[in-house]
Design a protein around this ligand. Structure first.
Ligand code: 13P
Ligand code: SF4
Length: 315
């Protein structure tokens, strides 16, 4: 969505206007930890992908402004179809979801009959509808461990998360070959250098990272789990291998500790998700003011995609 500054009255206080519009529309802001700190601070519900799906299902608001990426807003609409779900920029997509095109995935599933299809929440509604159960980074190991040992499994779309789950559970799975551009650019060499420079620092990593990064991690988990570990563990220094938005909550919850974003292979220390960061305070204001862009989904597809999500939420 192209935003021209002239679309916004330069005299207004954007934050006050967002609050006013939220009350007027009975709206809530849901935000993921990878959002810009300003957006995290105005969120009514802040969380990882699992918590945001749960919060979307239980809110009594009429409108959700989803500050995250498209699959998250779409999941909110799937679990709570009576709501108006706004995504302030429709270009906030996800490289991992894009790495699993529905047609190719449907063909892959057909070619491997008899498999239980476990799909990460970072996918389109159509891919979810082709799946038996959805998982997130906080429950992927639990979901896979709950499938009978002799039952073959397809796991999609993230091969790094899939490989991690295989190592954790000892299960063999057929993996879809997808990945996330943000979690694939951390540099093993630079992380080792940082560890040398910061003796005693622990490495915390998201399971979407490659195995050569995960093998140096002292803790692996979802964004919520990484934030919790960093802010409650006895150690004082942490190297963080995930999108750097998580540092904002760490600094708020335990400001006396040191958090170092893991360096990337590009030499830049800024591991920001370019899709998550498409959402800005200006776009949040405009979406509430104009009540768009709205997330729409075909009702039959919604019902099909809901089934595997409900299985996960029931866990
Ligand atoms: P979480 O499940 O930790 O929220 O991760 C979502 C995500 O997009 C990671 O890149
Ligand atoms: Fe998708 Fe990666 Fe961004 Fe997460 S960090 S939303 S997986 S592109």
């Amino acid at each position: 969505m192209h935003i021209a500054r002239q679309d916004i009255d330069p005299g207004i206080d954007l934050f006050a206007e967002i609050e006013r519009l939220k009350r007027e529309r009975n709206a809530v802001i849901l935000a993921h930890y990878y959002q810009d700190p300003d957006i995290q601070d105005i969120a009514d519900h802040l969380g990882d992908s699992l918590k945001l799906a749960q919060d979307a299902g239980s809110t009594d608001a009429d409108v959700i402004v989803f500050c995250g990426v498209h699959f998250m807003a779409e999941t909110a609409k799937i679990v709570n179809p009576g709501l108006t779900v706004l995504l302030p920029d429709l270009e906030a997509v996800c490289s991992l979801a894009d790495s699993c095109p529905p047609d190719a995935f449907g063909k892959f599933v057909k070619e491997h009959p008899g498999h239980t299809v476990i799909t990460y929440i970072n996918t389109t509604a159509t891919v979810k509808a082709l799946s038996d159960i959805i998982c997130t980074s906080s429950n992927a190991v639990q979901v896979v461990a709950g499938i009978p040992e002799d039952q073959p499994i397809i796991f999609s779309p993230d091969r790094h998360l899939g490989n991690y789950v295989m190592r954790q559970t000892g299960r063999d799975m057929l993996l879809w070959d997808g990945s996330c551009i943000v979690h694939e650019i951390f540099s093993e060499q630079e992380i080792l250098r940082l560890k040398d420079e910061n003796p005693g620092a622990l490495v915390l990593a998201h399971p979407e990272c490659e195995a050569n990064i995960l093998r140096h991690a002292d803790h692996i988990g979802s964004t919520t789990s990484i934030i919790k570990f960093a802010t409650t563990d006895d150690h004082e220094k942490f190297i963080i291998a995930t999108e750097e938005g998580v540092l904002h909550q760490m600094q708020k919850l335990a400001p006396h500790k040191t958090y170092i974003p893991a360096p990337t292979t590009t030499g830049c220390a800024c591991s920001q998700c370019p899709y998550m960061r498409k959402i800005t305070v200006e776009k949040v204001y405009l979406s509430l003011r104009d009540m768009q862009p709205v997330i729409e989904i075909d009702e039959q597809l919604r019902k099909q995609a809901l089934k595997p999500i409900e299985k996960m939420l029931a866990l």
